[in-house]
Design a protein around this ligand. Sequence first.
Ligand code: S3P
Length: 201
Amino acid sequence: MTNAAKSIGSEIELQRWVPSRTIVLVGLMGAGKSCVGRRLATRIGRPFIDADAEIEAAAGCSINDIFERLGEPAFREGERRVMSRLLDGPLAVIAAGGGAFAEADTRTLIAAKALSFWLRAELDVLVRRTAGRAHRPLLNAGDPRMVLQRLIDKRHPLYAQADIVVDTGDQPAEATVERVLDALRTYAAARVSAGPASLHA
Ligand code: S3P
């Protein structure tokens, strides 16, 4: 078999494991949700949607501006509305903003309509990956390491409610995508062996 045929074969094999649900990546700022999500979407032949970009488009201004002019509660309400719309749309891979899955209503929506992956990363990785970027209002409001540590304490127990957890560190995004795909296969295989009732749950 030629390499091209092998690669088409493995892509077809891959499709068998991908659930007919939108995939939502959750996790803290700097975990790599957008970077991994974009590559994952390409691999499984789905559109990629960056929820933060959708919120900015809906509001007509940047997330920094929304926080400054309207405050965080208004941002969270907009985030919930945008996520709800996206989850009712065509199957996709969505990178959620870091706070989305930490909000009870948005978490409930994601749990009901999507398959969620928590990209779990350690503090040092998050600090490194978010350094020198000014577009995240929560990190502009104090020492980023302290802010991220507080968010880890508060949000990790909530992110742990995601369907699947994938650890990510300093490896290239492609390696994390492979981990996500492996986790997807394991998850799908477990659902199949659990019986037909759970196949489309
Ligand atoms: C936030 C994360 C950001 C963005 C906003 C708030 C958070 O998204 O939604 O700045 O509360 O963690 P990213 O996780 O994509 O940076």
